[in-house]
Design a protein around this ligand. Sequence first.
Ligand code: NDP
Length: 249
Amino acid sequence: MGKTALVTGASRGIGRAIARRLAADGTLVAVHYGSNEAAARQTVHLIEQDGGRAFPIRAELGVAGDVDTLFTGLEAGLLTRTGQARLDILVNNAAITADSIETITPQAFDRLIAINTKAPLFIIQRALPLLNDGGRIVNLSTAATRIATPEQPYAMSKAAIEALSRSLAQAVGERGITVNAVAPGPTATDMNPWMLDNPEVQQMVGSGNAIPRAGQPTDIADVVAFLAGEAGRRVTGQTIDASGGCFLG
Ligand code: NDP
């Protein structure tokens, strides 16, 4: 039987590119989204157009019952299509950004942590019993954990993801499960609307990189696919910087 994957936040941006890439490798992909149903359906449509298999699951993260809602949809979707609720690949990709330390409110900080940090932890907790031995967990971080940026609260929320990935890798290694974080630099998605469809801005953003161009979602999807595939079997507990050498020093 082919592999199965859950990609959170797969309706748009990097998550969509990851879902498409994994599906192109023959994986049945659960395309999770929060509210943008049209975008999630478009991801599924693009995958099916390319001959792949996928289904959408709606679950707003960061609210009470979020993980229950997600796994009810995931398990039902997998059962219908494969006869069992087993997973091979989990990609924790959904996230939001937030204001800087000067202006962020306690409420906004709680929401940031609930979506970027708490949700991935409890998604992993629920996924582990479903995950086959030899499975893969990939968590999206950011190069902002390594580089000083004005986005301190966001960087905090993602630094925790890197710590989680490292210690969890140790705990599940005996099952042949790998756990890694992938850290993109600035990438042209809705998260950075000022970059989208603006080659001049993208060139300016990319000029600080060793590879002097801005990141595209497919750049990240290829790295995730490597970690999620057989070739990545010996890589675990790592944060893979996929920023094109953003401010190497
Ligand atoms: P986008 O803003 O383009 O897409 C965000 C995705 O997450 C959407 O699918 C969205 O669903 C989902 N999502 C957001 N909030 C929630 C929520 N509360 N509940 C459920 N789903 C939610 O993000 P990117 O593609 O840019 O980012 C993907 C990952 O890469 C993130 O982890 C981000 O931190 C990381 N990253 C991105 C960088 C960049 O420059 N773009 C740089 C470094 C890291 P819906 O469509 O339904 O709203």
